[in-house]
Write a protein that binds this ligand. Structure first.
Ligand code: NI
Length: 138
């Protein structure tokens, strides 16, 4: 089998981050830094592709926010009611005195689901937001 042509480029990052990369690569059993980085890039590109287009995706949107922040709950609930067609179920967990975690099970066209995840994640007061895409089994 013909070996794929390699592209070489240099990447700048802090020494601390480079050290963390090396420690992670070693712990995961990679032969070298390049292999570890190539795998991470591949996974990110696949994730990016999976979250664009009109094909149907399913997954979860996880949000963490401080419920004491003014209007945050009204804002998030409003967005969720506007996109009730994409949200299959929601789970609310009171993480601490301040913080709430909400997990939304979502299903629908990739572009629409990604758009909803971006709007929820960008909402003022949301400290962490992440869309995780899984297979629809089809
Ligand atoms: Ni709560």
């Amino acid at each position: 089998m013909k070996r794929p042509q390699l592209s070489r480029f240099s990447v700048s990052m802090s020494r601390v981050l480079a050290g963390q990369l090396d420690a992670m690569a070693k712990a995961k059993g990679y032969a070298n830094r390049s292999q570890a980085v190539a795998d991470m890039v591949r996974a990110h590109v696949l994730e990016h592709r999976a979250q664009a287009g009109a094909h149907e995706i399913a997954g979860t949107i996880t949000l963490v926010y401080d419920h004491h922040r003014r209007n945050i709950q009204a804002l998030l609930t409003g967005l969720q009611h506007d996109h009730g067609d994409l949200i299959v179920a929601t789970l609310h967990v009171h993480l601490s005195h301040h913080d709430c975690m909400e997990v939304l099970a979502v299903r629908g066209p990739a572009d629409a689901v990604k758009g909803l995840a971006d709007r929820l994640t960008a909402a003022k007061g949301v400290t962490h937001g992440k869309l995780t895409v899984t297979t629809t089994g089809g």
